[in-house]
Ligand binder design. Structure first.
Ligand code: GLN
Ligand code: ZN
Length: 754
């Protein structure tokens, strides 16, 4: 009989209980309520999964902050600076690693594969020693068993763990494999002794391009671990296909293999022929990354093929990956239109779907009937008004190559813009947002709740814009911004004004620790019924003679930070977004805005996991940006902004955006990243950030001068702009005011010396 399970579950809670509990603990230091909430959430989620028809629940998928950090702590891979605290107060030590405290800075954080989840990067060193500490996986297994549940501990596999870590001395983390394996072996032994039948070893690295060393590490690790006594091991791969690692994975001595048949259904045939008969096949057939109900016409043929090839005795059904990346329960979204809601499957609904598929495979007529109904329901989707709009589709299809082309070359444009804008050398600007004060936030909340009327809210915003403009004039910035006081979030703000978007009430997804995001849903064809930002920019520009920069979120970033429909290729959705933004850019120009910034902070994170797919993605991503940015006069200056510091592998695409000016994050790396631009002979202007806006620290004028001098060793003076790393919305005026004054003075000091 087909077995049902899942690789991991959202942990933040239906009402973000974990977030609240964490924040309370960080405020008052009382661990008991936090640990109670955590236990409660774990148990509630297991019960929920079990009630939804899961025969085995995942344990140790829960974390107070992050599962990679948990793995580091589990094996004592802790940098010395945290040890005293960790011994005195393990919880305080754990959170010091996660987020720092007054004395200790936090470990680094970075994105988990191609998701918007951030994990804590373990910090290792050559000669690192590992040993098993308190056994969290076992404790959670015992907890689930006490509730009468079948449970399987989830562990991050040793090779992925090392590959996700960094070393302080630059040595290869994989060198530590021999030291790490005995600690894993000890863990597996203890689990086996306690009676744990199965463990899950996550090796998502198996869907990446692997060098020889990593491939070898997999073989060594799993062969070494394959000595008794052991629980059975389910090796899980997700976020893509095994590709050239398929033989490697199917040869490893494990008892089961989980594969992603949503992103890579084409791998099924080779897996069926390569996977040993005695191995369990865990088929990831419903999409753990998307919020849509699955189409039985896609899933059933896969299942039938598996059943025909190897029977259902050793077949498990699961979502493609952990459900960490989607919200918990679509049934909570009672304010969405019922039709849209009927198309959605969040974590709970995904498990219910799996149950149906398993029952259908096991011969249940009612399950088969339910799947027929689901097929029927999804088939009506394309007829729903707004899903397919001829006007939008035609516009995309008739797009000409010219629509992607500015009228003249970058060199020429920069010349005419210099005349038109009459800016000094080393022009100063900011990235867009100014501090979102409590007064602003509460005015927005009051307005949303209907407690203050449109006019009052409008007045609050206008006053704020005027204040921000006057401030910038007073301190002598060259290109001003309106400060974005009207925006809640840089994607939501645009989504709310575009057709084809919907917003959930409770659709929270963990981004890191207690931080959650609530991505909008793109369900239909996207178009812009009316201008979105023009009146604010026009108002700001009416207050001053200096140029005010219009401020837009780019098409790729809107796409990347939304849940995107699954019935149209992402590229097509992005093109629709690009055209909507193109109209906005045009309208801004007509309204007298001479500089327009199109933010693309998510361009890089859209890169596919496999290198072979990078070029195709970058090609359409760049095309979309250019469509948004090209329908204007040469004198109108296009800026773009990206806040990350790795450009080496995307520098050509960044140049191909053909933006006149690009601002980037660079203060932490002390301008190191400019090398990429230098080597490439980047033709446009660049504003490398001189103010780290992630830190409350106020940098001095001298520091900023020094950073700019470093930049000038790489860039031409005529190429250099002066700006912070990113928007200022999370900072307070107390920090922003002195810093921007120092920044303007730094630019002036350097100008005098040019
Ligand atoms: N214009 C946005 C701001 O200033 C850019 C934010 C971002 O890059 N993430 O807030
Ligand atoms: Zn930014």
């Amino acid at each position: 009989m087909t077995h049902t399970t899942y690789l991991g579950f959202p942990r933040i809670g239906r009402r973000r209980e974990l977030k609240r509990a964490l924040e309370n603990y960080w405020r008052d230091g009382d661990a008991t309520p936090l640990l109670d909430t955590a236990r409660d959430l774990r148990q509630r989620h297991w019960q929920l999964a079990s009630a939804a028809g899961m025969q085995t629940v995942a344990v140790n998928d829960f974390s107070l902050y992050d599962q990679v950090l948990d793995t580091a702590v589990l094996f004592d891979a802790v940098p010395d600076r945290y040890r005293p605290l960790l011994h005195k107060d393990p919880l305080a030590g754990y959170f010091a690693m996660a987020r720092g405290n007054a004395e200790l800075h936090a470990l680094e954080m970075t994105k988990w594969f191609d998701t918007n989840y951030h994990y804590i990067v373990p910090e290792l060193h050559a000669g690192q020693r590992f040993q098993l500490t308190a056994n969290k996986p076992l404790n959670e297994w015992l907890e689930a068993r006490a509730l009468g549940l079948n449970a399987r501990p989830v562990l991050l596999g040793p090779v992925s763990f090392l590959r996700l870590s960094k070393t302080v001395d630059g040595s290869d983390p994989l060198n530590l494999l021999d030291a790490l394996i005995p600690a894993y072996a000890e863990l597996l032994k203890q689990l086996a002794q306690a009676g744990v039948p199965w463990v899950q070893l996550d090796e998502p690295c198996l869907v990446q391009d692997l060098d020889l060393a990593s491939r070898h590490a997999c073989t060594v690790a799993y062969n070494t671990l394959a000595t008794s006594p052991l629980p059975k091991r389910l090796l899980t791969t997700y976020f893509g296909g095994l590709g050239d690692n398929l033989a490697l994975a199917t040869d490893l001595p494990v008892d089961g293999l989980h594969v992603d048949l949503v992103r890579a259904p084409e791998q099924l045939d080779s897996i069926l022929s390569a996977l040993p008969r005695h191995c369990v096949l865990s088929a990831g057939v419903v999409d753990g990354r998307a919020i849509w109900r699955s189409d039985p016409r896609r899933v059933l043929p896969l299942l039938e093929k598996i059943a025909a090839s190897r029977g259902t005795e050793r077949l498990w059904l699961a979502p493609s990956c952990s459900l960490l990346h989607i919200p918990l329960d679509a049934a909570q979204e009672t304010s969405l239109p019922p039709t849209l809601r009927s198309w959605l499957a969040f974590a709970k609904q995904k498990l219910e779907e799996l149950r149906l598929y398993a029952d259908a495979l096991n011969g249940s007529d009612s399950a088969k009937q339910a799947l027929v109904e689901q097929t029927f329901l999804l088939a009506t989707r394309k007829h729903e008004p707004g899903v397919h709009r001829n006007d939008v589709r035609n516009r995309v299809h008739t797009l000409s190559a010219q629509a992607m082309q500015r009228r003249s070359s970058l060199k020429h444009r920069l010349q005419v813009q210099a005349d038109a804008l009459a800016l000094p050398p080393l022009p100063t600007t900011t990235i867009g947002s100014f501090p979102q004060t409590d007064a602003l936030r509460s005015a927005r909340a009051e307005h949303r709740a209907g407690r203050i009327d449109e006019n009052t809210y409008e007045t609050v915003l206008r006053e704020e814009i005027e204040r921000v403009i006057r401030f910038q004039e007073r301190i002598g910035l060259d290109v001003l911004v309106h400060g974005e006081p009207e925006r809640n979030d840089m994607v939501e703000y645009f989504g709310e004004q575009l057709d084809g978007f919907a917003f959930t009430r409770h659709g929270w997804v963990q981004s890191y620790g207690s931080r959650c995001v609530k991505p909008p849903i793109i369900w239909g064809d996207v178009s812009r019924p009316h201008p979105m930002t023009v009146r604010w920019s026009r108002y700001a520009q009416s207050l001053t003679d200096k140029p005010v920069k219009g401020m837009l979120t780019g098409p790729v970033t809107v796409l990347q930070w939304s849940f995107v429909r699954d019935d149209l290729p992402r590229e097509q959705v992005c093109l629709q977004l690009a055209l909507a933004l193109r109209d906005e850019v045009h309208d801004l120009e007509t309204a007298g805005i001479r500089v327009i910034q199109i933010d693309e902070p998510a361009l890089r994170e859209g890169l596919p996991i496999r290198h072979a797919e990078h070029a195709a993605y970058l090609d359409w991503a760049v095309r979309c940006f250019r469509i948004a940015a090209s329908g204007i006069r040469d004198t109108t200056q296009i800026h773009t902004h990206m806040c990350y510091s790795e450009f080496n592998d995307i520098i050509e695409a960044v140049a191909a955006l053909d933006a006149d000016v690009i601002s980037i994050e660079s203060s932490r790396s002390r301008m190191e990243l400019l090398r990429a631009f230098e080597d490439f002979r980047y033709p446009g202007s660049i504003g490398p950030g001189v103010y780290d806006i992630h830190s409350p620290r106020v940098p001095s004028q001298e520091e900023m001068v020094e950073l700019l001098e470093r930049a000038l060793t790489v860039l031409e003076p005529g190429q250099l702009w002066v700006n912070p790393d990113c928007g200022l919305k999370t900072r307070g005026w107390k920090e922003v005011e002195p810093t921007l004054i120092a920044m303007v003075n730094a630019a002036k000091a350097l100008r005098a010396a040019l």
